[in-house]
Design a protein around this ligand. Structure first.
Ligand code: BGC
Length: 243
């Protein structure tokens, strides 16, 4: 079965057709910038362009979206327009795209893909999957079962929240060296370890491919690994969530 998977991030939107049985993206990945402001109308415009690009006539579309999503409603908006707070996202997107659209949190989507096809495959106990990109997303699994919408990037830190210090955009914005940025990441991982005692932490998102540049600065008493699926995880997981 083929499903169109869409990963909406704070900076970019990535789209591809995913073969659900193999978990493989099978088309040519389509990328478009996340509009600013990222209002529902502007995002829908981008989604329509993506659907047109793939000439998508099938009914199913899965979308990973950077917000808490409960019962088809988006409830938060940290890196997108506040118009998404309490927005009937499944219904509005389905209407606009004339498809059966299912939206889930973007980190949850990427985590589901990583647990099925990547480093989390077959791992029992507590697995914490983090995406370090524009924001910080989290997906927590116990014996393979997801606890959705954990939002662990929003734990309080200094004058704000951890996502303002340990995300990839924080590293870029403050022009931090890998070493300096990794110090913040290390504080974050130690804090999460103290709260949750995970068995494994998987790092995904924009900086996962650079893991070798900062792993030596991490000093946390838990196994920390780079995610395997990297940038395609969000697309694959979004498609999986739709079925
Ligand atoms: C949002 C999360 C999202 C994460 C990664 C955060 O700012 O609150 O819902 O998963 O960014 O995109």
């Amino acid at each position: 079965m083929e499903v169109l998977g869409i990963d909406v991030g704070g900076t970019g939107i990535k789209v591809n057709i995913v073969d659900i049985e193999s978990g493989q993206p099978i088309g040519e990945k389509f990328k478009i910038k996340t509009p600013t402001p990222a209002t529902p109308e502007a995002i829908i415009e981008c989604l329509l362009t993506a659907v047109e690009n793939f000439n998508w006539k099938e009914k199913k579309i899965g979308i990973g979206f950077p917000a808490v999503i409960k019962n088809g409603i988006s409830l938060t908006a940290s890196n997108i327009d506040p118009a998404f707070i309490n927005y009937n996202i499944d219904e509005e997107f389905s209407k606009a795209l004339d498809c059966d659209v299912k939206v889930v949190n973007d980190a949850d989507a990427a985590g589901i893909a990583e647990m099925t096809y990547g480093k989390g495959k077959g791992v029992n106990g507590l697995v914490l999957f983090l995406t370090l990109g524009t924001g910080i997303g989290s997906a927590l699994f116990h014996n393979g079962t997801l606890l959705p919408n954990t939002e662990l990037g929003h734990l309080k830190y200094k004058k704000s929240v951890f996502e303002k210090y340990a995300s990839n955009s924080a590293r870029e914005f403050h022009h931090l060296s890998w070493k300096k940025w990794a110090k913040e990441l290390d504080v974050y991982l130690n804090h999460l370890n103290l709260l949750l005692s995970p068995d494994l932490i998987l790092i995904g998102g924009g900086v996962s491919k650079n893991f070798d540049l900062y792993k030596q600065y991490l000093n946390v008493n838990v196994k920390v690994e780079m995610a395997a699926l990297q940038n395609d995880a969000g697309i694959i997981g979004a498609a999986m969530a739709a079925v």
